[in-house]
Design a protein around this ligand. Structure first.
Ligand code: FES
Length: 106
């Protein structure tokens, strides 16, 4: 069972179990992880599921599609090189992920 570790802006950290095929966003919402709003429910229309992928997880996530890249210009906190929308990050068996949530999503 893959895990996702979320580090908040204040440095607090929570690690939750997830299911392969689910998104990081779904995993956060299901476990009540703060810092992910996900207004659109994962349909790539809100950019309130913004996360920063930590260096150790960079190689574990799939490349982003053009539409996600475009959406990342609408985040509440400016995008960085490691910005992703967590509804587009799929969990895989045997792969644990680590992301940081931004200070705000709205
Ligand atoms: S949940 Fe809306 S874009 Fe990810």
């Amino acid at each position: 069972m893959p895990t996702v570790t979320f580090t908040a802006h204040d440095g607090s950290e929570v690690t939750v179990n997830g299911y392969a095929g689910d998104s990081v966003m779904e995993t956060a919402v299901r476990n009540g992880v703060p810092g992910i709003v996900a207004e659109c429910g994962g349909s790539l229309a809100c950019a309130t599921c913004h996360v920063f992928v930590c260096p150790e997880s960079q190689d574990a996530v799939d490349p982003m599609a053009e539409v996600e890249d475009d959406m990342l210009y609408g985040t509440a906190v400016d995008r960085q090189e490691n910005s992703r929308l967590s509804c587009q990050l799929k969990l895989k068996d045997g792969v644990d992920l680590h992301v940081q949530t931004p200070e705000t999503q709205v």
